[in-house]
Design a protein around this ligand. Structure first.
Ligand code: 13P
Length: 233
């Protein structure tokens, strides 16, 4: 339980003054959380455990892009790939996602790979959607790299909805993901849950056998994030 990962996906909620205030408020949980701020604020978070919300699928010099090698050279260890918001709002294709995974792994970044059904559906259908997604992405990586993959189960309809996925359903999905990875790679990896996690529901969510939580909006409120940390640690 103590070792559960807490990942704060700050998205682009906070402007510059808000971010400065936030940084001041979260100093005491610095070592408990992996923070994933907007790229433009990354240097403000120097000394924190950091990730990025995305990387380029390109490696060549391309204006405006942030490559995996630049990220690694900043001492940043994590990158989120395949977040449902990006798949839906930016139409990221599977080909692009696979290039990003390759670039990240090639630069020794740890990939937080997001997966989850878009609409509410039966368990079997959700499993099918997830397995197909894993087959076209993560299953293709070299076996030696699987230790650098963390899966985040994030059903799209639970993101920023205020309503988390049903606990039993989530538990079964997490088990399914772990088994699918084990069947393919013969090894265990960490699986996180994300989607409306907050200090309001962490007491029940922490009963889940997951390796941690990926938190969006609630993580931008320092009090909520601290309450989550306190509840889990
Ligand atoms: P919310 O916690 O705001 O639902 O966002 C979850 C998420 O998208 C984390 O990546």
């Amino acid at each position: 339980m103590e070792n559960k990962m807490i990942v704060a996906n700050l998205k682009n909620y906070m402007n510059y003054p808000d971010t400065l205030m936030y940084l001041n408020e979260i100093k005491d949980i610095k070592d408990d959380v992996i923070f994933i701020p907007s790229n433009i604020y990354l240097t403000l978070f120097k000394g924190f455990n950091l990730g990025v919300q995305d990387i380029s699928y390109l490696n060549e010099i391309t204006t405006g892009e942030i490559t995996a090698s630049l990220v690694k050279s900043m001492g940043i260890n994590y990158v989120m790939i395949s977040h449902n918001e990006r798949l839906i709002n930016l139409n990221e294709t599977t080909d692009i996602i696979n290039k990003k995974i390759d670039n990240a792994l090639h630069n020794d970044l740890k990939v937080i790979f997001c997966v989850g059904e878009i609409e509410k559906c039966d368990f079997d259908i959700a499993c099918n959607i997830i397995l197909n997604r894993l087959k076209e992405t993560i299953f293709k990586i070299d076996e030696s790299k699987i230790k650098n993959i963390i899966i985040a189960y994030e059903p799209f309809y639970a993101i920023n909805s205020g309503v988390t996925q049903d606990i039993l359903f989530t538990q079964k999905i997490v088990k399914f993901i772990k088994k699918s990875i084990f069947d393919r790679f013969n090894t265990e990896i960490s699986v996180l849950y994300g989607g409306s996690v907050s200090d309001d529901n962490i007491e029940s969510l922490k009963t889940l056998e997951v390796d941690g939580f990926l938190i969006g909006k609630a993580s931008t409120k320092s009090i909520s994030l601290k309450n989550v940390v306190r509840s889990i640690r």
